[in-house]
Design a protein around this ligand. Sequence first.
Ligand code: PHE
Length: 364
Amino acid sequence: MSVERIGKIEEEAAAAIAGAGDTAELEEARVRFLGRKAELTGILRGISDLDPSERGEVGSAANRAREAIEALVAGRAGELEREELGRSLETDRLDVTLPGSPPRPVGHLHPVTRTRRLIEDVLVGLGYRVVEGPEVEHDFYNFTALNHPEGHPARMLQDTFYVEPSEDLDPSCGSGPMDVLLRTHTSPMQVRAMEDSPPPLFVIVPGKTYRRDSDATHSPMFHQVEGLAVGEGLTLADLKGTLLEMLRALFGPDREVRMRPHFFPFTEPSVEFDVSCFRCGGQGELEGGERCGLCKGIGWIELGGAGMVDPNVFGFVSEHGYDPDTVTGFAFGFGVERIAMLRHGMGDLRFLFENDVRMLEQFS
Ligand code: PHE
C-alpha cells in the first residue's frame, strides 16, 4: 500500500467534497471516503498487518489524509448550510398579506352596528337625516321639555343614572343636584333638533341610552333609534305608514304593523307598535298547530313606542318656529339590540356585549 495511493485518495476526496452540491451529496462523499467500508478506513485498519518498515510512513500519511478529509467535509458542510439557508430564506419567503388557505374571513361589524346601519339606511331612504346628541344630558332635555311633570317616576334614582353636576352648567338648564344624567332615551334629541332647525323636520337619532336595568333582555347601556317628523298636516296615518315601511325592510315584505294605545308624557295620542310575527306569519301557531314560541302565540311582536308630538313639547321650542297651532308631528323610538336579537334569533342580550368572537362571528 503506497503512500502515493493515499495521496490519490485524498485528491479524489477533495474533488468529491468540493463538488458536493448539497448536504446530501456531501454526506455521500463523507461515507465514501471516511465510512466503515472506505478504502482509507481499510488502510488504517490494516496498518498493524504491514511490514514494520512501512507502518510509520503509511500510518502517518493515512492519519493525515483522514484528518485533512474530515476538515474538508466540515468546511464544505458549513458552506453548504449557509448556502441552503440563504436559498430557503429567498424561496420560502412568507407573504403575510396573502389570504390563508382556505382564506379566513376578515371579520365583520358588530351585530348592533350592522343593525343600526340597516335601520339608518331604511330611514334615510325615506328622507330622514341622521343626527346625534349627547349621552350625558340635562334633566331639561331628558324630562322637562318632554313634558314629564316634576316627580315623575322615571326621574327616580332607581331608574336613572345621575351624574355629579359640573361647576359651569348652563344656568338656563336648572342647577339642582339631579340636573345631569345619562340619557334614558334618545328622545331628548327631539327638542335639541327642533332648537337647531325650523320645520319641516325629519330626523333620526341613533345612539346609546342608559337605564338601571340588567337581565337577559335589558342591559344598563343599550341603543335606541328615535325618529321625529314635524311639518304641516302630519297625522297618525303618516306614522303608521312610516313604521310599516321600516318594519317591512327589517323583517320582510309581508309584515304588518299594529299600534296599541299607550302613554308617553311627550306624545298625545301615544301608542306602542308591534310587527306581525315573521316566524308564524302572524298566525300565532306554526304549521303543525304548535304555538309559535317567538310571539308566544300572539302573532305580534312588540317593538317600540310612538305617537303624535304633544303640543306642550312644541311649546318649549315655539320660538324656533314650532307653533303648536300650525305644525304637527310624530315621533317613534325603539331599541336596536331588540331588533338585532329578533333578526338573528338571539335569546340573550348579554351575548351582544360579552364580545366573545365565537359567538359574534355567527351573526354576519
Ligand atoms: N322614548 C320612549 C322610550 O324610550 C320611546 C318613544 C319615542 C315613545 C318617541 C314615543 C315617541 O320608551
